[in-house]
Design a protein around this ligand. Sequence first.
Ligand code: BGC
Length: 773
Amino acid sequence: MKQYLKLDEWSIIEESFDPATHEISESIFSIGNGFMGQRANFEEQYSGKSLQGSYMAGVYYPDKTRVGWWKNGYPEYFAKVLNSTNWIGINVFIDGNVLDLAKCGVKDFVRELNMKEGTLSRRFVAVFEDGKEVQVEAVRFVSVKRHEIGAIRYAVTPLNFSGTIKLVPYLDGDVQNKDSNYEEKFWLEVEKEAAADISYLTLKTKKLDFHVTSVMSFDIFKNGTKLDIQPVISECEKYVSAEAAVEANQGETVAIYKYVANVTSRNFGLGELVTEGKKLLEEAKAAGFDALLQEQIAGWADKWKESDIIIEGDVSAQQAIRFNIFQLNQTYDGSDDRLNIGPKGFTGEKYGGSTYWDTEAYCVPFYLSTADSSIARNLLIYRYKHLEKAKENARKLGFPKGALYPMVTMNGEECHNEWEITFEEIHRNGAIAYAIYNYVNYTGDKAYLSQYGLEVLAEISRFWEMRVNWSEAKGKYVMLGVTGPNEYENNVNNNWYTNRIAAWTMEYTLEVLDYLKANENARYLELVDKLKLQDEETAQWRHIIANMYYPVDEERGIFLQQDGFLDKEILPVKELAPENLPLNQNWSWDRILRSCYIKQADVLQGLYFLGDRYDLETKKRNFDFYEPITVHESSLSPCLHAIIACELGYQEKAYEMYLRTARLDLDNYNNDTEDGCHTTSMAGTWMSIIQGFGGLRAANDELVLRPFIPSHWTSFSFKVMFRNSRLNVSVTDENITVTNETDVPAAIRIYDNSYTVAGNGEIKVERASLAAK
Ligand code: BGC
């Protein structure tokens, strides 16, 4: 872990250039707008180590699965988010010498991600071998208002000479995915044209026929005056460029404004790509860089109005939480229900940019509370649309009915190829059911149940019904051969969490059926018919709920992670010599699987989801047993522990866990940020403040708060949307103030007292007196 970024409340700042941390910075300083994302690669040529990444949301490649030994049921491919046309490129030559920071000296380097405004900028002085020095200032953004548009301002000033500055903006589609299974290139050229005013390049994927057209245009200015230049254009395979040479005296600034539109066949017909791309580009260019920038600033101001968290007294924590919120808002804006949130967002290739249970378990709460409820609803509808595929997936594995959602997917098909995850980590089905409950409980949108929810719940319940079996020996239903959220043990029997979430899904499905029968009878009958739901099935679910087997240790008063857990040698992590950690980089997989060490919350995941069904003592006993043997080697782990620690009043532990989640990428805790940021766990960071320190829950149509302040902070405040009102909750040592920023009244409970915050009203309560109760 190396801390090299400067602390600042609104920006991420790097104040010197170090090739050793460049790939980490490329991840951290990524920009995106939900439709495209761009790693912080340099515009100019860079021959040092770099992970190129220009991603178009929803454009992926089914890369043929690579495994040592094929097993029946394996998916054919692993979906990859595609590195597509490099649209940011601008080669720079100074008197014929290429500007390349791997080869030039670099002075006064500053890179800044301005999270308030949504821009990435860079400033440096490059020193060439012949002693010539140029200053470069570059700013770029992908527009949050115009989803296809990216804009760059790149300015070069000769500092100690007069000479020729040649700028070569280009579009380069000859790119590769680093994680390509067979080192294959995934793109074919369709058409291109390089021209003085507008150039374009259309590529299509070798499989699935995704088309992406990138269109570019540019203007060049010297000392603020636009130049009338006839660029030299050129083309080659998957590449178009234009070349403009400008004579500049010492101190004169030559600036290029490069505008790009990236359009994909996901949103436009094949015959329209070039015309639509050109149209969008021309509109953006006509507006001009400054106007686009103003739009960008206004767009981000709106996002911050809904989701900002302010922490007083701790810049490091403030910067970290804003970074997490910023990356989440850059990744998904909810306006397209075909899209989802990959564990690395648009910041790297790892995890293929695909959808995991992370979305339902971690991201849904973030979008529920920080955006209009239609956004979280779209995330749910995404799974509804994949229901048929989930049913096919269950059939493929041999189940005559029910739906098994994939562990990893782009289009509803499973595309993960480790048997212990694909076949066994079936708890993901439970998280998808839980998200429906969570959404309806939080928003009150019960109509969702009859529109979409019940069908998903019923098919998941059917899957659980098929997956359990009756154990004569135990006189109970058991679930054999599973992997729980803790991927550090596989093929275990009766993972408590999986059994619990399975039974809970059936319970909730029955509850929803009862509700619909009583309240929307006609639709209920229609759905029962559509699902061909039999009374024997619901009776069987009841029987399973009543007779599910749960491993417990009576003596310790804890739930057991799985049947054989106590056969393991239990030794707290703190007694391991530090050189063992992280285990996944230092131990054989075999050793990890046999050990007691837990990758991420497992039993505790269940106690978190079903928190209202377990008392504090039960939570405490389980936390005290499991946390000391948890290594938190999944980024999804510390946040959940922070939330439960808050509930238990373990303030120091909560803060320790919070720091680990909040600055995971900024401080490269897991030594893997160069692969991309841990985007889905960023939602967990948000949860650890709101649900942890804020103690926020939704129950009985009220928003419940039980806040405390970590001793390192003087105050904190956060925004939350609840039932069409937006509240600003501010917590100081003395008071809790809730300000309603809308005209819709809100019902809230603070500790055990209920209040109504009138539209545009405010309530202030004394914390000490309430907390003490
Ligand atoms: C975790 C999974 C998670 C995946 C993607 C893994 O390391 O164990 O729970 O879904 O990462 O974030």
